[in-house]
Design a protein around this ligand. Sequence first.
Ligand SMILES: [Zn+2]
Length: 663
Amino acid sequence: MRLRRRTTALASTLAAGALTLTLAGPALADSAPQPSAPSATGFAPSTGEHRDDTVPYAPKSTPAATPLSADQLRSAAGATTLSATAASTTVHQLDIVVVNPSSTVKNSATSADASSLVADVSAYWSGQSNGKASFVVKKFTTITSAASCKTTSGITSMWTAASKAVAGNDWWGGGNPTSGPAAREHLVVLYPFASGDHDGSTTCDGTLGLGTTPTTPSVTNNGLTFALFGSTDATVDHAAGAEYYTSRQSLAHELGHNFGLQHASTWWCGSGHTDGAFTSTACGMLSYLDPFDVMGAGFGDQGVPALSGPQKLRLGLLTSSQHKTVTDTSTVTLQPVPQSETGAPAGLQATQVKDPSTGETYTVEYRPSLPGVTFPAGSPFGTYSIDNGAGAYTIGYGVRVLRLAPADTTYWSKNEQALAPVGSASSATSYLPAGQTFTTRSGKVSIKVAGQGSTATVSFVVHRKARLSLSRSATAQRYRQTAVRLTARTATTNGAVPTGTVTFKDGSKALKTVTTSSTGVASYTLPKTLSVKAHTITAVFIPNSATRARFVETSPVSTTVKVTKAASAASVKLAHTTVRKGAKPKVTVKVSVKGITGPTGTVRLYENGHKVKTVTLSASRKGTLVVTLPKTTKRGTVKIVAKYSGSSTILAKTSNTAKLRVS
Ligand SMILES: [Zn+2]
């Protein structure tokens, strides 16, 4: 588990209407772009304490959820002014512990404010999850603590004290394997804002909250949270309930961490590219910089913004009819992201597309303004300066392209949600303007807003990889005698058979280009003259214009064809079957090779197994030699055999045996 600490820095920077997002100061572990990318300089708070710590959370076995009895519920209700509702399988139970700081001039938040806070946050999450998750108070108590809320260790020590007060166990650091919140149970430590600290910049030195984050996201997860907490009473040492609204957003955010969500951030590449690889040293994450997602910094004035598509998909909150994955060149209609899934219009909210080259998934959603979610005047909309003025970034509503970080690094957390800027780095927007195209860095996926109003029409161009197969009639052919037939075939892609031409190559040498049939088949018989060796034969598909219009591509495929030596035949024939002793018999040796008129090599002649003559077979002989053998010296029968040596292209062969009678 990891801890995510929520700070006020971004919210206050933007709320103040500052026009630059380039902040000096030390690079922060989780929020700074990579140091080797000097053009993508930091997006870091200006003081050293606003860090996003990670703290190991010792794994503990989680006891099974125990339904509360009516007595327990009454007891919880009786102990406080909070209302308690019967738990169900979807309802999460909050153990609320309000910290009474021993040394802080606190505001006047009451238990009634805590009750409102839980009710509001429960309504928010119930809306986000269409009833899959909501919250009730299980216990409510207060503790006094002198621990500092300015450090992670101070906050975790409050968790220790709070869990002891709630359960008698140290849920954070106790090491008791049976300790820890039950399933769907959260220890919520609420800490009052210092009087008048409307934005939380001084109470805990910028920290607004902290939450444990499990690695597997689920709305059934439990966890520990910390959040600043203010009153709903606008007359009590703050302005118009601002502290209450901040605490509502903070608690909703921290419970999102408890469910397993990471931050909603913005991706930034200083090199002029908006879509860099996560491994690129020129790109980095501007952590929290998504004002339209609860897991961002909390830019809102009132209301808690809805989750984005990737976050909802990670939690399994969208139905099959609310999201789809586009694999083809196609157009979709996106419904705007609703503030609540309860009663939301049917239709697509998120469309995912996977880049066939990089394998990376992009999620596209349509973000409108949301009812009840308001922002401070002048924020966050408008154009900001990034990279010491080298980049300009305009934030606004519209169609957004989002990615998820694939792994934990020094610079971002695994599954941190990255909003992809659109346009060039010197003039980027947080949304895709109508008519403008976002193209992934591989160039294989393009996303364009064809129109937007009550819904957004988004067209996708996806370059598809068609499978090209290559088969052969045999694994080998004989030099100049047999030939292997190759068949290349394209697989149906994007609902059609890719057609075009196939060029067959021997190594790098093109042999023949063949037009495919309407069924995507191109066949070719290899030349019989291929040299004797193993050949790598490659088929390269070149799509025709109709196939190109569907953005179908293939990778070349190869196979090996072995070319073996040609088979030969050899015969020996006597000029006379009987000769007198002392005569020089004549024989005719014939070497015949199908497909080769002038076989070359050496012919050795044997009499009764003894070599008696060697003759060179030159091509001009066309396979026929008339040989005069040595003088016969003995009467009797002589067995004569010719052995053809073969050549670099022809197999050797031994002839028949001719019987010569010497009288
Ligand atoms: Zn956070």
